[in-house]
Design a protein around this ligand. Structure first.
Ligand code: SF4
Length: 256
């Protein structure tokens, strides 16, 4: 590729990214002010139950996944009638997962919300619509990626997941990851990121860089529900997603 063609390609990429950034409502010029998370007036998103074990999905030493032999459809079927924890008594529907089971990119959030519980699909409410915009800004569609939550059933009143619920539900996510084999997982929000990384660190300290877990690159970032309340953090998420896009591109080039 000659220099002119290469520059044209870079210019077109930058233009597309600028358009995507504007579509998310993020101005093109970066504020020179301090990070909003250096200001105590802006709360850290979410909170994790103090008794959270922090057990990551890849940390199942000595445990055998009861769903290890199930294919994706069988796993979804199993989840749809699951009674492994008490959330089965309060849920309307199980929101197992959506998107491509062959995706290179997976998004993992905390748990279904009101709309997800009603529809039986992850990320379909207001926060889900914002996630869709973010995915589209990445020049992808929801069908190109895989989307799910740590918990498949909604906790009443959206309370924090309990340790026994996490433990009961963990084999589903572990098997989903085994089956989808994503190259990159975006951990959405404090809970999703801390769970994936087996960490108690604040999301504001985890985000902005990849963390490798057993060959999978994990990018923590803010949850779309947090962005609905803190629009200034959209820029941070967009920066994280640009790192994800660049890594996906790098992996694709390395495969070619
Ligand atoms: S949250 Fe998970 S473990 Fe609990 S009932 Fe739903 S699918 Fe089963």
């Amino acid at each position: 590729m000659d220099a002119y063609t290469e520059l044209s390609r870079i210019a077109a990429t930058l233009r597309r990214r600028a358009e995507a950034q504007l579509a998310l409502g993020i101005p093109l010029s970066r504020s020179t002010g301090p990070s909003p998370f250096a200001q105590s007036s802006i709360p850290e998103e979410g909170s994790v139950a103090s008794d959270n074990s922090g057990q990551g999905f890849l940390n199942m030493p000595g445990e055998e996944n009861p769903f290890a032999s199930l294919a994706h459809e069988e796993l979804a079927q199993k989840a749809s009638g699951c009674t492994r924890c008490d959330l089965c008594h309060t849920r309307t529907n199980v929101a197992f997962g959506s998107g491509s089971p062959d995706a290179d990119l997976m998004f993992v959030g905390e748990a279904p919300d009101h709309d997800e519980d009603l529809q039986g699909l992850p990320f379909v409410g207001r926060a889900g619509q914002l996630l869709t915009k973010i995915i589209e800004a990445m020049q992808l569609t929801r069908d190109d990626v895989y989307i799910c939550n740590v918990l498949k059933c909604r906790p009443p009143e959206n309370r924090n997941p309990l340790v026994d619920e996490i433990e009961a539900c963990k084999p589903y996510l572990a098997r989903q990851i085994e089956l989808v084999k994503p190259r990159i997982i975006v951990g959405l929000g404090t809970f999703g990121a801390q769970f994936l990384l087996n960490s108690q660190e604040r999301i504001s300290r985890l985000r902005g860089r990849f963390h490798e877990r057993e060959g999978i690159q994990i990018m923590p970032t803010y949850h779309p529900a947090f962005l609905l309340r803190n629009a200034s953090s959209k820029r941070d998420v967009w920066e994280d997603m640009q790192l994800v896009m660049a890594e996906l591109e790098r992996l694709k080039t390395a495969d070619a």
